[in-house]
Design a protein around this ligand. Structure first.
Ligand SMILES: Cc1cc2nc3c(=O)[nH]c(=O)nc-3n(C[C@H](O)[C@H](O)[C@H](O)COP(=O)(O)OP(=O)(O)OC[C@H]3O[C@@H](n4cnc5c(N)ncnc54)[C@H](O)[C@@H]3O)c2cc1C
Length: 444
């Protein structure tokens, strides 16, 4: 299905709305023969790592197959929060009570980290600590949130309030949900500007950022590493791979990617977004009182917000589990948006795009070292703060400068027998989740 002409605004484009203000620029730098540290992947994780390594005095080169910031980091929804989607109970069962608490605290620490980073580096990215409203898809979800609210407040150090259904319009201009939860420890930013600003901060600190260099192999050589790339060879004393949802090789499997071992542990999943045309004056304030970021409690979630300039709705979700194009996914996103905001029925779309997030088989992000190669990956679609934080911590580890335990470091990193980086089972699992969402709602 493609978007009907009546829903396409004049000038409709298939590219991120964020790129209108901050398209990842082309850099003219050439590949050096060696670098003390080579970082593969120039998203938030790679760039944050580069910045930290430079601050510690290490020579760093960041290599990206496309442009620096081209991946999920300039395509996402721009909702900023710490925390994991995983329930504490599941974590405790697998890792024990103490490690589970340490993991949750470590994840929550990503939020103050990114706030401090943006402010210290003076990154101009429209950051606002606006809070997040999580509307409940069913009354049971509301009760679950209410039960978790106290722990969330404790972990984040910021207030968390429940908003019952009868007061929902104070938080969201919709009657579609069963109330929800406001977490004040969350914010919003312009993802493209943040990617650009982080890259500029890393460059100012002395990192070399190189575009258009695809790494197709990393092998040990003497005490260091030899990287084969599309633009020739480079040697490095240490390597960090931060390729996340784009870790596969050119033929769709793990072969030919920078680090096949990592690709075999990641499920790249497409997430889709549309941006509407500018709305009539006053409408955004009615739809998004306090301009909070929103992500609902469905298994196949919707996330949405006002654009930073307060003129349009930016609406995202997993509209397809079958590798659909952004244009094919756009009608489903529009339909869900109208179910929540019926007054947007005739509102046209100016931009539609997609990007890859990386899920792991244990639903946890991971940093660690395999065969001497450092990696950072797997933010489960919630990585604006987390990928920045993981990259920083991977850099501290690589430099031997970590002075305390990082709870997501060197955990067992599971894969599945015969899995080669392409989650062929996704349409089945995604379909099942959608069915469960519908069923829960029918019973609500
Ligand atoms: C549509 C969408 C919406 C999202 N919304 C949110 C949100 O609202 N809030 C939130 O917290 N998170 C969100 N996320 C997740 C967040 O954007 C990511 O977790 C984060 O950007 C990951 O950063 P990264 O540096 O790990 O990876 P990326 O930014 O994806 O960077 C990986 C880079 O590696 C490069 N690369 C891959 N292979 C090679 C190779 N062989 N050689 C060289 N370079 C290579 C790629 O070109 C890419 O630029 C969203 C993601 C998407 C896609």
């Amino acid at each position: 299905m493609t978007l009907p002409a009546s829903l396409k605004a004049p000038g409709f484009v298939l590219r991120p709305y964020w790129w209108d203000a901050a398209e990842p620029p082309q850099r003219e730098n050439t590949l050096p023969a060696r670098s003390a540290v080579a970082i593969v992947g120039g998203g938030y994780a790679g760039l944050s790592a580069a910045l930290t390594l430079r601050r510690l005095g290490h020579e760093v080169t960041v290599l990206d197959a496309e442009r620096i910031g081209w991946g999920a980091s300039s395509r996402n929804g721009g909702a900023v929060s710490g925390g994991l989607k995983l329930a504490k109970g599941d974590l405790a069962k697998r890792h024990g009570e103490a490690r589970a608490n340490a993991i949750l605290e470590t994840a929550a620490a990503s939020f103050p980290f990114i706030e401090e980073l943006i402010s210290r580096e003076q990154i101009d990215c429209d950051y606002v600590r606006c809070g997040r409203f999580s509307p409940a898809w069913t009354p049971a979800h509301y009760d679950g949130m209410a039960a978790r609210a106290g722990r969330l407040a404790e972990l984040t150090g910021h207030p968390v309030h429940m908003v019952p259904r009868e007061r929902q319009r104070e938080a969201l201009g919709s009657d579609h949900y069963f109330g929800g939860m406001i977490a004040e420890g969350a914010g919003s930013l312009h993802p493209g500007k943040y990617a650009r600003g982080l890259a500029e901060a890393a460059e100012r600190a002395g990192a070399l950022l190189i575009d258009g260099v695809r790494v197709s192999g990393i092998r040990k050589q003497g005490g260091g590493f030899h990287l084969t790339t599309s633009k020739g060879e480079i040697t490095a004393d240490a390597v960090l791979v931060a390729t996340n949802g784009y870790s596969r090789g050119p033929n769709g499997g793990s072969a030919g990617g920078a680090m096949p071992w990592l690709a075999k542990r990641l499920m790249p999943i497409a997430s889709y977004i549309i941006a509407t045309e500018p709305l009539p004056e006053g409408m955004i304030d009615r739809l998004f009182p306090h301009r909070r970021v929103i992500s609902d409690s469905r298994r196949v979630l919707n996330y949405f917000r006002a654009s930073p300039d307060g003129t349009r709705v930016v609406w995202g979700g997993r509209a397809s589990f079958r590798d659909a194009t952004a244009e094919e996914a756009a009608p489903a996103l529009h339909k869900t948006m109208v179910a929540v905001f019926p007054e947007l029925k005739d509102t046209r779309i100016t931009h539609a795009w997609n990007g890859n997030v990386a899920f792991t088989f244990d639903f946890l992000p991971h940093i660690g070292v395999q065969d001497g190669i450092h990696y950072s990956a797997g933010c489960q679609g919630s990585g604006v703060a987390m990928a920045s934080w993981m990259g920083h911590n991977a850099a501290l580890k690589l430099a031997g400068a970590a002075n305390k335990d990082f709870a997501l470091d060197s955990l067992h990193f599971p894969t599945m027998p015969l899995y080669d980086g392409t989650p062929w089972f996704l349409p089945i699992v995604g379909g099942w989740y959608r069915f469960r969402d519908r069923l829960d709602r029918m019973r609500a």
